[in-house]
Design a protein around this ligand. Structure first.
Ligand code: G3P
Length: 218
């Protein structure tokens, strides 16, 4: 499973990409707005911090506008992945941009039929929003499982499932169990993945026993 960071905060990205465990970054207009910075400067800076795909989202609502914006975003750096909303116009733009060889992340996916259309349009990634479905009382993980099952039925569908709108560590675990290809994870959740109280307790006991030996390795 690939881990992408879901943030436009350069300090978070710089700190966590240093671990070598981050495979890419996703942004969206809300995350760019939250950063308070210029989109072109921010995406360029993020592309310098990771060699992996960096999703930068178009804001036009019509296919020609999305394609034009997509070209401008793709010109920022070779690892820019153009992010496009899952609308009819977005699918037209996805087909055009993917046919040109651009990586496209189709976002705001909330149904299996939408994911099927994204794959047929040639999307590199489709982003089903788990948390926002959970917010409505629908189990967002069921969508991940359905998309996995549908994509696995057809060899010609090679779009990667990018689990998004991840709100906690269980979303990551369940997405991995269901076979999502990527999880795009907020920094706080990524850091929380490592923690288990028994690990902490066991390490404390090891160090206590080791100190009693009076030995040192270096
Ligand atoms: O990648 C999509 C993600 O940023 C949306 O998350 O928590 O606003 O639903 P959220």
């Amino acid at each position: 499973m690939q881990f992408f960071l879901d943030t436009a905060d350069l300090d978070e990205i710089r700190a966590l990409t240093a671990s070598g465990l981050v495979d890419g970054v996703t942004t969206n207009p809300s995350l760019i707005a939250k950063s308070g910075r210029d989109i072109f400067e921010t995406i360029a800076a993020i592309c310098d911090l990771t060699d992996g795909p960096v999703s930068a989202e178009v804001t036009a609502q019509d296919a020609p506008g999305m394609i034009k914006e997509g070209h401008r975003l793709a010109d920022i750096a070779r690892n820019v992945c153009i992010k496009v909303p899952l609308t009819w116009e977005g699918l037209i733009a996805t087909k055009a941009l993917s046919d040109e060889g651009h990586q496209v992340n189709v976002t705001l996916c909330f149904s299996t039929n939408q994911a099927l259309l994204a794959a047929k349009a040639g999307a590199t990634f489709v982003s089903p929003f788990i948390g926002r479905l959970d917010d409505t009382g629908v189990n967002g993980m069921e969508l991940i499982g359905e998309i996995r099952a549908v994509y696995d039925n057809y060899e010609d569908l090679d779009t990667q499932i990018l689990a998004a709108s991840i709100r906690g560590v269980n979303h990551v675990r369940e997405s991995a169990l269901l076979g999502a290809d990527v999880a795009t994870i907020p920094a706080k959740v990524l850091k929380a993945l490592v923690h288990h109280p028994l690990t902490d307790k066991g390490l404390t006991a090891f160090m206590t026993d080791w100190e009693s030996t009076g030995q040192s390795i270096l």
